[in-house]
Design a protein around this ligand. Structure first.
Ligand SMILES: [Cu+2]
Length: 488
């Protein structure tokens, strides 16, 4: 009797987060690659605990609920996921005093891209520490496994049990009946190449290089480019709307969120809108699941509940264990346009030592060849191979940019020309440039090709051309090509 009483008391106090003190330090998200081992261990422990307590899989439910994910993957993509990530971060912070100030680390994949094109690594798994630290992926089994996470059925190479993933539960009913998977469905990431879309130049072009300087422009560039491609290459649970099941989701989306923060700082903050709901830089025409136009005063659609049950709005789901993590968050889209104006939930990104730093400072006049990877005082410690690969990329970017500027005057044209070169290099020398699979297109409601695929197709059709004489020489000087085709 006494045990039962104690247990329910504990549950209540933990559910409402009363056992954890509030964090008084600023909420700053940092790149995973630059966290100390202690901080990495703390984050891994927090995520594992969130799974163990039955919170984690409820975030999958929100992301999969049809009316919610409809709004999440349209014009309000950034704002919706921003609220979602804050809810998850609040959940992690509630897990105990040691986690009170935890933030979601973002995935600094620019370094991943640099290492891959330099040839110092050859696939998603080995090109950066994040996927390995998050439990990695075991070799492909003899045949694919069929798995279901909150109603989403898919094929997967394996199911990974690591300190971070060993408590994973695929649904709330499985949690309640003690039938959790206790492993993370993952494909063999050593079998997939690092896509060109995570390269610093492509990321920049998707944010503000050759997309319109509007919310629609950056949303289309990032959502359909970098964002979708990372989901697509990781595949398995990450290739479905059940993707928040994999902790990789939150760091991937923190990077995506950081891209919007850079956009906002560069395109919006210097000349703030007098009315955000009437400014194309902060607002767009979006429709909800039943086709009605979303207004600035409408609440975001976020419903929680296992697939197959009746879902409830997270804003009113008082009896749901994850309600407290959303309880005090703003409920309208526009409230999320500026990460520095979220009152108690305001936060920022630390770009120090990453290639995003120069982008955030130089904005539309970003010169990829001037990116600094190491901070001036040299406090950043990163494996030597990363530094070498990154400086090699910076050197190539600088030379290619210089050459392109002899033929083009606009920064956006110059950067686009260099992006085309990079896409061609991928196509000819790094194993190819690919479209999304049919299955992924269906899962993510994809209607647009990835940027490099579009570029390669346009080149083949003669719709665009590289107008920079001698670019191949500069490319091959920095990056030798093992099996160049006649195009090179
Ligand atoms: Cu999403």
């Amino acid at each position: 009797m006494r045990i039962v009483y104690l247990r329910s008391f504990l549950a209540v106090s933990l559910v409402f987060g009363q056992t954890t003190k509030a964090c008084t330090a600023p909420r700053i998200r940092r790149p995973w690659s630059q966290l100390s081992q202690t901080d990495k261990n703390l984050y891994i422990k927090a995520v594992a605990l969130g799974m163990q307590k039955g919170y984690h899989q409820r975030f999958v439910e929100i992301h999969m609920e049809p009316a919610s994910n409809w709004e999440a993957h349209d014009v309000f993509f950034f704002y919706w996921h921003r609220a979602f990530l804050l809810g998850y971060e609040n959940m992690l912070r509630s897990l105990g005093n040691e986690f009170a100030c935890i933030t979601i680390p973002y995935w600094d994949y620019a370094a991943l891209g640099a290492k891959f094109i330099s040839g110092s690594c050859s696939n998603m798994l080995t090109c950066g520490p994040l996927l390995q630290d998050f439990g990695g992926s075991t070799p492909r089994g003899a045949k694919a496994l069929s798995m279901t996470v909150n109603g989403a059925a898919f094929q997967t190479d394996n199911c990974v049990s690591s300190s971070m993933t060993q408590n994973f539960c695929q649904s709330t009913s499985a949690f309640n009946t003690g039938k959790c998977l206790k492993c993370m469905p993952r494909n063999d990431w050593s079998k997939v190449q690092v896509p060109p879309d995570v390269n610093v130049l492509n990321v920049f072009n998707n944010i503000m290089g050759n997309v319109p300087a509007t919310l629609d422009g950056v949303t289309e560039g990032i959502q359909y480019g970098t964002h979708n491609m990372v989901h697509a290459v990781l595949d398995s649970v990450m290739g479905t709307f059940a993707s928040p099941g994999d902790p990789v989701f939150y760091s991937h989306h923190a990077a995506v969120d950081a891209f919007h923060a850079i956009y906002y700082k560069c395109i919006v903050a210097s000349n703030p809108p007098s009315n955000k709901a009437k400014d194309a830089r902060t607002w767009s025409q979006g429709r909800n699941y039943v086709g009605r136009t979303i207004t600035a005063t409408d609440k975001m659609t976020m419903k929680v509940g296992e697939t197959g049950t009746t879902a409830t709005s997270i804003w009113t789901a008082k009896s749901n264990p994850i309600y407290p993590f959303f309880q005090n968050l703003p409920q309208t889209y526009l409230a999320y346009s500026d990460i520095t104006k979220l009152d108690a939930f305001s936060y920022s990104y630390d770009f120090l030592g990453t290639m995003l730093s120069a982008m955030n400072t130089q904005c539309t006049s970003f010169k990829p060849g001037t990116s600094m990877f190491l901070s001036d005082d040299g406090v950043v410690t990163t494996p030597q191979t990363t530094i070498d690969a990154v400086s090699q990329e910076i050197q190539w970017l600088a030379e290619a940019t210089e050459l392109a500027s002899k033929f083009y005057t606009e920064d956006s044209d110059i950067n686009y020309q260099v992006q085309i070169m990079l896409c061609v290099y991928y196509n000819e020398c790094l194993g190819g440039v690919f479209d999304y699979s049919e299955e992924f297109k269906t899962n993510f409601r994809v209607t647009k090709k990835p940027p490099c695929k579009r570029i390669i197709d346009q080149l083949a059709n003669g719709d665009i051309a590289i107008g920079v004489a001698g670019w191949e020489k500069v490319m091959l000087k920095n990056y030798p090509c093992n099996s160049p085709s006649h195009n090179f």
